[in-house]
Design a protein around this ligand. Structure first.
Ligand code: PMP
Length: 285
């Protein structure tokens, strides 16, 4: 495998960053994960726009122009021979002697890696549906920024893993579901409407979330962007989650509560099929 590190392509095993990189010292950086299907990037523009926004919010200067970054992404994928998989991009504020305030005159550090992923395994999982648990959301107040500071997300996912679940849905102080540790959370209410939390600072604006909203609207579904309670979650007609690497994943159990008949819901399954069609059609070569 080959990684891109600050202007050079290096063997993955030899790719290193400085110990005083602010990403290492302070988690002072942002990232993106973009899926590649059949050699095409899925929602590249959405991901790069979100990356740009994350950088602006943290006042980290872009390491290179958008066009150049798009080329580096393709070259990294090519060198790793990825047809189905993901590309990971990380930008940190740069290398400087450890001190909390922004250092003067540092260049941001850019790292890219790419790997192949077996999407058939994702599809197999979706056919059975997954279980999720609920956990307290202990993250900071700017969850809209795709920061590399992921310790609460790591702890939530570990809780899920130890419970034998696929994901942990995080719940804020008001008893409202925010999102999964690395996914957005959705319910289908008793009137057949799709409900997912509204954007703001409480959740990451998922790129898959937005694509699914657009696809669902085109297919005539009603979408309501609002917060929902854990009680609504557990009594929902259907539950699913979305992300770059999980696509549309039906949820068949929340904590001890079985959703519907314990099988992936018909609407979730239809949305997954529509999303897979979208992946086949609209990638950026
Ligand atoms: N929420 C969080 C906290 C995430 O980390 C992710 C994955 N990046 C998502 C939602 C899903 O976002 P996307 O659809 O852009 O992958």
């Amino acid at each position: 495998r080959i990684a891109y590190v600050n202007g050079r392509y290096v063997p993955h095993a030899e790719a290193v960053v400085h110990i005083e990189d602010r990403g290492y010292q302070f988690a002072d950086g942002v990232y993106e994960v973009i899926a590649v299907a059949g050699g095409r990037l899925i929602d590249e523009i959405g991901h790069l726009e979100r990356l740009d926004r994350s950088l602006r919010e943290l006042r980290i200067s872009p390491p290179m122009a958008y066009r150049s970054l798009a080329l580096v992404i393709r070259e990294t994928l090519r060198r790793n021979r990825v047809r189905d998989g993901i590309v990971y991009l990380q930008i940190t504020r740069g290398v400087s002697r450890r001190d909390h305030p922004f250092p003067d005159g540092v260049r941001p550090a850019l790292v890219l890696t790419a790997k192949s992923v077996n999407f058939a395994a994702v599809a197999a999982r979706a056919e059975k549906g997954v279980r999720v648990i609920t956990v307290e959301d202990i993250r900071w107040a700017r969850r809209d920024i795709k920061s590399i500071s992921l310790l609460p997300n790591v702890l939530a996912k570990q809780d899920a893993r130890e419970a034998g679940a696929y994901e942990a849905f995080q719940v804020d102080g008001e008893g409202l579901v925010t999102e999964g540790s690395s996914t957005n959370a959705w319910i289908i209410d008793t009137d057949g409407r799709l409900v997912t939390r509204d954007l703001g600072t409480a959740i990451l604006p998922g790129i898959t979330r937005q694509s699914v909203i657009d696809i669902a609207r085109q297919n005539g579904y009603t979408i309501v962007e609002r917060a929902f309670t854990v009680e609504e979650l557990k009594s929902a007609r259907e539950v699913f989650l979305t992300s770059t690497t999980s696509f549309v994943m039906p949820v068949v159990q929340v904590d001890d509560k079985v959703i519907g008949n314990g099988q992936p819901g018909s609407l979730s399954t239809a949305l997954l099929a529509a999303y897979r069609d979208y992946m086949d059609e609209v990638g950026h070569a």
